[in-house]
Design a protein around this ligand. Sequence first.
Ligand code: NAP
Length: 294
Amino acid sequence: MTAQIIDGKQVAAEMRAELKEKVAKLKTQNIVPGLAVVLVGEDPASQSYVTAKEKACEEIGIYSNDNRLPAETSEEDLLALVDKLNKDPKIHGILVQLPLPKHINEDKVLLAIDPAKDVDGFHPANVGKMVVGQDAFLPCTPHGIIQLLIRSKVKLEGAEVVIVGRSNIVGKPIANMLIQKAPTGNATVTVCHTRTKNMAEHVKRADIIIAAAGRPNTITADMVKDGAVVIDVGVNRVEDATKKRGYRLVGDVDFEAVKEKASLITPVPGGVGPMTITMLLYNTVRSAEKTLNS
Ligand code: NAP
């Protein structure tokens, strides 16, 4: 069997077109969704990610408020900016790009964001609501994975899902979403990590494998059941002298071999990646829509 490719770029484009319509409708009601992005320092990966976010906002008509601050910005000044954005009615979503410089306490800054504007879904108030199944901003990468699965018509109910990775931004939230008693959940979930014994035995059972370890070739073909659905979240740089920049990006899955056993598989790049920013736009539009009923 050769797997069908889940095209994240295409699913993201479909969702962005849906969001563009919602933004146009909100504008007829005099609401322009606004996303504030805060970037402290000059980390190149963060800078290009923030630029991509700004471009995506522009594409669908969201007002993008950019705050690029020098690396030496104090924690006090950053907290004051977050407070200002919390109070700004033009802003419906606030995103503080991580990592922050070492002299700033990340937890303190994330806690300072108004949960009603926490479009990253990292505030403990939103995490708690997600866990107990209440309406919350869902974190973008895991929510993007759920959308990819649903829009690819993958049956979640009763599915054996094995997740590799237990981080707060991917592994834990996706596990929580998939066990919810809801059409977007109802799966049976196993979470593996570096202390898991016989990881391959767990992965072999999976109808759906979600790889979020941050290590190339964590999932090899011998670990994959025939017909499994494989979602590769990993983004890893491996040296490649044939490339101008000297490296290429790969996921956590041995793609070439695993695609011969899986029924559906996401590529890297072009799988989960394009969904993350899309879900950030989704949360921002939802936040703006909520102001209509408040
Ligand atoms: P992270 O915080 O480093 O967590 C990695 C997790 O994987 C940890 O729980 C770790 O276990 C586990 N792990 C690592 N090696 C393992 C192994 N050999 N066997 C079993 N478990 C292993 O990473 P993250 O932030 O979740 O990100 C994971 C990957 O996804 C990274 O490549 C990242 O770049 C990518 N990512 C992509 C997107 C996107 O939009 N495409 C978004 C977020 C992240 P322990 O807890 O025991 O250490």
